[in-house]
Ligand binder design. Structure first.
Ligand code: AMP
Length: 593
């Protein structure tokens, strides 16, 4: 008897399992399937994407459905269109030998008429995203008043995305007498609340540790200065020639910018974020699935539900605000029993976040060094040699061989090897041989854990004063400017002090370890179409004297590899500095909110 048979699966499911080539049930399947087949029970399962959870609820659901009836008996809610389609697709594969089974996907961004038509034909199982589902219930297109099973998949993600009210609404249209199966990667308070509110004495199963990342993922961090994030990303890509990755940024703007730069620099990259049309997103996702894109640069929201196996690396170009989000990011790799690496590019001032994540996921990070230029050259050289060795010979060359041999005559084997390898290698060598070390070597801020606060604190090692080109004329006083800075930089209120607003510019102080973060935040930061510039002031204690500025009048910029080649010194004081104020006044700026 196969392992799947002993779980209680029927013949048609076993045949589908055999076709799919599943040899062993995964942990979540082993735990969930017998419970769900034997009992009519509610269930809470803590399991990450990639653990085989779709089959864990899909197999029992399919087995329990009465295919002779066209009534909708099962509803699966999922957070994203991607995941909704993925689940539908998997379920259709699992039920291929169940004659008469109709599984329909309902999701936003596609024709509601087509979906209504499919529902009308009779769908025993509906897989839906909450928004579209609610819409279709309201229009009376779909009837879920007789369902026996309701599955909430990736419940934590659905709540993260603000679907609580929609879920509540949808569930109010379902019968009291039904089984609810909730699957979630993590168990934040909100998910427990749903479990308590909508479920009756659910059985519980956990796969792996609660709230932890998948154990097959190795977590690494690289400390660089804020302005070296991008060159560091490139080096990480170059040091991993076979990389197939999702690169996470915090904002749509950064996502677009990083993807554009990568493409410009010759990488197979693409952007995925909410400002793209559904069609553009589909194109990018298709290219990614086909591995035509090696680096998918994405926002957290857009990447939710990405269900692509074989992702080798998740790169946290910037850390997310919420630790939970880190768990979701890193769960994109190390799927289906494969190993993966989650890399974090951090500045020293963000190291406390690493400590906080470690506590949460109960896994240590490895501190790694950004490879030097020469190390990358070496890696590329061996990769190239292996590529040559593994390349399948194109027989079309045969006809041209005599002529080619003529051209290469007189070159001995060693020289020929050198020449072949140099074709590719010289490009890397020229770029990297003279580059500097990107690792942030000053160990003063290294992983200090402070005095008891969550995430630790940093040593107070001196104050830095900054100049910012907004002031009272832009509608700020010290309190509102402090709020603005705190919001943009993501620091605590107490980390920003001595805020001193002048007419057209202002000053503020932070501890020195936040300087890279602050300069990074205000590199190219446009609010209402204008650059907000922050510079370290030359006068650390003073209030009224200016420092340097860049891009103040639209000049300056960044050189290759992140150097601020266009930075220029401004010798005069900013007292009454009309230039800065004019920029804002010209466009009628009324503050940044
Ligand atoms: P999921 O966690 O449901 O997103 O599943 C992740 C991937 O693992 C999917 O591509 C499934 O087809 C595959 N899978 C599910 N169960 C098994 C299994 N028992 N053996 C091998 N692959 C599986």
């Amino acid at each position: 008897m196969s392992k799947f048979e002993s779980l209680g699966l029927n013949e048609s499911l076993l045949s589908a399992v055999a076709d799919l080539g599943f040899e062993q049930p995964s942990e979540v399947q082993e735990k969930a399937i017998p419970i769900l087949l034997e009992d009519e029970t509610d269930l809470v399962a803590l399991a990450q994407t990639g653990t085989g959870k779709t089959a864990a609820f899909g197999f029992p659901l399919i087995q329990k459905i009465d295919v002779a009836s066209r009534t909708t008996q099962g509803l699966i809610l999922s957070p994203t269109r991607e995941l909704c389609l993925q689940i539908t697709n998997e379920m259709q594969l699992y039920s291929k030998y169940e004659k008469g089974m109709n599984i329909v996907a309902i999701y936003g961004g596609a024709s509601i008429t087509d979906q209504a038509r499919q529902i009308k034909r009779g769908a025993q199982i509906v897989v839906a995203t909450p928004g579209r589902m609610k819409d279709m219930i309201r229009r009376g297109i779909v009837d879920i008043s007789k369902i026996d099973y309701c599955i909430l998949d990736e419940a934590d993600e659905m709540l993260n995305m603000g679907f609580y009210e929609d879920i509540k609404d949808i569930l109010s249209n379902t019968p009291e007498e039904k089984s609810t199966w909730l699957f979630s990667a993590t168990m934040p308070k909100e998910v427990s609340t749903i479990a308590k509110k909508f479920m009756h004495s659910p059985k519980e199963i956990t796969v792996g540790a609660k709230n932890s990342g998948a154990s097959t993922v190795q977590h690494e961090y690289y400390v660089v200065s804020g302005r070296d994030r991008y060159p560091a990303l490139k080096r990480l890509a170059d040091a991993n020639p076979g990389i197939f990755s999702v690169v996470f940024c915090r904002t749509k703007r950064d996502t677009q910018k990083v993807a554009e730069k990568l493409i410009e620099d010759g990488y197979n990259a693409g952007a995925l974020h909410g400002d793209l049309s559904q069609n553009q997103r589909d194109l990018v996702m298709n290219a990614f699935r086909k591995k035509q894109i090696q680096m998918l640069v994405a926002t957290d929201v857009a990447a939710r539900g990405i269900d692509v196996d074989d992702i080798t690396h998740v790169v946290n170009y910037q850390l997310p605000d919420e630790i939970e989000t880190y768990t979701h990011r890193s769960g994109r790799t190390g799927r289906a029993g494969k190993s993966g690496i989650s890399m974090v590019i951090v500045t020293r001032s963000e190291l406390r976040k690493i400590a906080a994540i470690e506590r949460k996921i109960k896994t240590d990070f490895l501190e790694k060094k950004i490879p030097t230029g020469i190390e990358i050259c070496e890696i590329q050289l061996y990769h190239l040699a292996n590529n040559i060795k593994d390349t399948k010979i194109n027989e079309e060359i045969d006809g041209y061989l005599p002529a080619i041999t003529d051209v290469l005559e007189g070159i001995d084997r060693e020289e020929l090897i050198k020449k072949i390898v140099s074709v590719e290698f010289t490009r890397f060598f020229n770029y990297y041989s003279k580059t500097r070390d990107l690792n942030s070597n000053d160990s003063s801020g290294k992983r200090e854990r402070g005095n008891g606060k969550d995430g630790g604190e940093y040593r107070k090692d001196g104050s830095v004063r900054y100049f910012i080109n907004v002031g009272e004329r832009d509608g700020y006083d010290w309190m509102t400017l402090k709020d603005f800075l705190r919001d943009k930089i993501g620091l605590d209120k107490d980390d920003i002090y001595k805020v001193d607003t002048k007419d057209t510019f202002s000053f503020f102080n932070t501890e020195a370890q936040f300087t890279p973060l602050i300069l990074e935040t205000f590199t190219d930061l446009k609010v209402d179409g204008r650059f907000v510039n922050v510079e370290v002031s030359k006068d650390p204690g003073g209030g009224g004297r200016g420092g340097r500025r860049h891009r103040g009048g639209g000049g300056g910029g960044r050189g290759r590899d992140g150097n601020r080649s266009g930075r220029r010194d401004r010798k005069d004081s900013f007292k009454g500095g009309k230039k800065g104020s004019k920029k804002f006044k010209d466009k009628g700026n009324k503050g940044f909110y």
